[in-house]
Design a protein around this ligand. Structure first.
Ligand SMILES: [Cu+2]
Length: 159
């Protein structure tokens, strides 16, 4: 009970600080292919305060872990690597987007349905906690209408 109350107070304090500090736009979580427990979240984040705010991590109720990642080309390969901190200067907009900087959600047990909304929290060094809502969106197009091939029936009999 004591912990619940403390958390609530922290969230209210973080919320109040964040509304004066950040503006978020176009925030969404990507749907996962069946069987996967890892997905990514994206948003535009603008620092509307007059000071530097550095994002140091985050969390979400739907994931056991949240990491900040960026994509990197190395030796012709596209790799992702964790980013420890994202500095956002006063007035600057940072884009978390596919193929670039993004939020990675690990250990997602819930089924993510397009249109569902989930809360994500980003912690900062000295600008409070940013809490925003992200809508689940499918990035796949027309996959539901693709014909399902039955390869087995098309194979010649081995006998
Ligand atoms: Cu990633």
């Amino acid at each position: 009970m004591k912990n619940v109350l403390l958390c609530s107070l922290l969230i209210i304090a973080g919320c109040a600080a964040a509304t004066e500090t950040f503006r978020t736009e176009n925030s969404y979580i990507r749907t996962m292919p069946p069987g996967q427990k890892v997905t990514a979240a994206f948003l535009q984040l603008t620092n509307i305060s007059d000071r530097l705010c550095t994002i140091t991590g985050g969390s979400s109720d739907i994931a056991s872990e949240l990491q900040i990642h960026e994509h990197q080309h190395s030796g012709g390969m596209m790799r992702m690597r964790p980013v420890a901190a994202v500095p956002v200067a006063a007035g600057e907009t940072v884009y978390f987007q596919p193929g670039k900087l993004h939020l990675m959600l690990f250990g997602v047990e819930a089924v993510l349905r397009p249109g569902d909304v989930h809360e994500i929290r980003l912690t900062t060094d000295n600008c409070g906690v940013l809490i925003f809502s992200a809508e689940v969106r499918s990035l796949l197009k027309n996959t539901e209408s693709m014909p399902v091939m039955n390869h087995h029936s098309a194979e010649p009999s081995a006998k």
